[in-house]
Design a protein around this ligand. Sequence first.
Ligand SMILES: NC(=O)c1ccc[n+]([C@@H]2O[C@H](COP(=O)([O-])OP(=O)(O)OC[C@H]3O[C@@H](n4cnc5c(N)ncnc54)[C@H](O)[C@@H]3O)[C@@H](O)[C@H]2O)c1
Length: 317
Amino acid sequence: MNTVLVTGGAGFIGSHLCERLLQKDCRVINIDNFNDYYNPYIKAANVTEALKNIQYTLVKGDIRNNSVLESIFSRFDIDTVIHLAALAGVRKSLSNPVEYIDVDIKGTVSLLEYCRKINVRKFIFASSSSVYGRNPLPFMEDDNVDSQVSPYAVAKRCGELFCKTFNTLYGIPTVCLRFFTVYGPRQRPEMAIHYFTRLIDEGKEVPVFSNGTSSRDYTYIDDIVDGIVAAADLQCGFEIFNLGNSRPTQLDSMIDIIEQKLGKKADRNYLPAQQGDVEYTCADITKAMNVLGFSPRVGIEEGIERFVKWYKSQSIL
Ligand SMILES: NC(=O)c1ccc[n+]([C@@H]2O[C@H](COP(=O)([O-])OP(=O)(O)OC[C@H]3O[C@@H](n4cnc5c(N)ncnc54)[C@H](O)[C@@H]3O)[C@@H](O)[C@H]2O)c1
């Protein structure tokens, strides 16, 4: 990996990834449109560290804009594309499915088109555990994945299928990574750990869906970045990997840990499950361990402790 195009590099996962790639002496180009899915000032803060590095170029633009892609691919000798830009998040996809199709499917295909023209060495696609829908646990890469329960999840599955088809047609070495609920510093503000931490900190009521009994395979950001970098270095044709922690945590227990790390009690309001939610996730990571050497190191207690420390450092700024 020498020159890497990261899409969505101002977001939560992308900003951590760009910093890691710069540490590895890569030339990094980040294209991000700083959309207002959540406050764009947060994204501006996410890129401040990377902007100090002369090996980093920030392009404020949209992956659906052909002239922006044209200028990036003609200006830089890109060998690897790591495609994270998306409308991420299940719930908003229920009220706005068309926009999800536009960004998450059409945007992905536009990018694949450029990648085939310049023969990139590797294409990495950020997929999601949501493609498994309500399959039995643990989720495995070769499970049947034809029953998603949200427009977001279907869009991610379509992205995977386009990746596979472009690999078949044009031979682009491609890896689809199915991330399992990623958390850590800079986590998107609407995601559960971040959202609950803020509500508890501010003494507000915490909506506990599925009566607190759902469970998620929360995966720490540094472990996810390890997996992405390993996938970028892998010699392959087309592969799909789960990147998860493989140790699910119940919603109620997750809130217990936040309370303990924050030193404040939650005012819990127990509610039924929400439409579009998958109540249980757990990754089988055998394939990622064997092929990528993936080995998640940060457990939920330590991960939430690190998150809360970061959260507190933000609130005093
Ligand atoms: N965070 C998770 O738990 C998780 C789980 C599974 C999959 N994923 C996937 O990982 C990727 C990154 O997720 P995240 O949590 O960092 O989300 P994020 O919203 O923080 O980052 C996505 C970035 O993409 C940018 N973007 C969106 N549309 C764009 C467009 N048309 N052109 C250019 N930039 C655009 C946004 O401005 C944002 O900065 C997404 O593809 C998401 O679906 C995330």
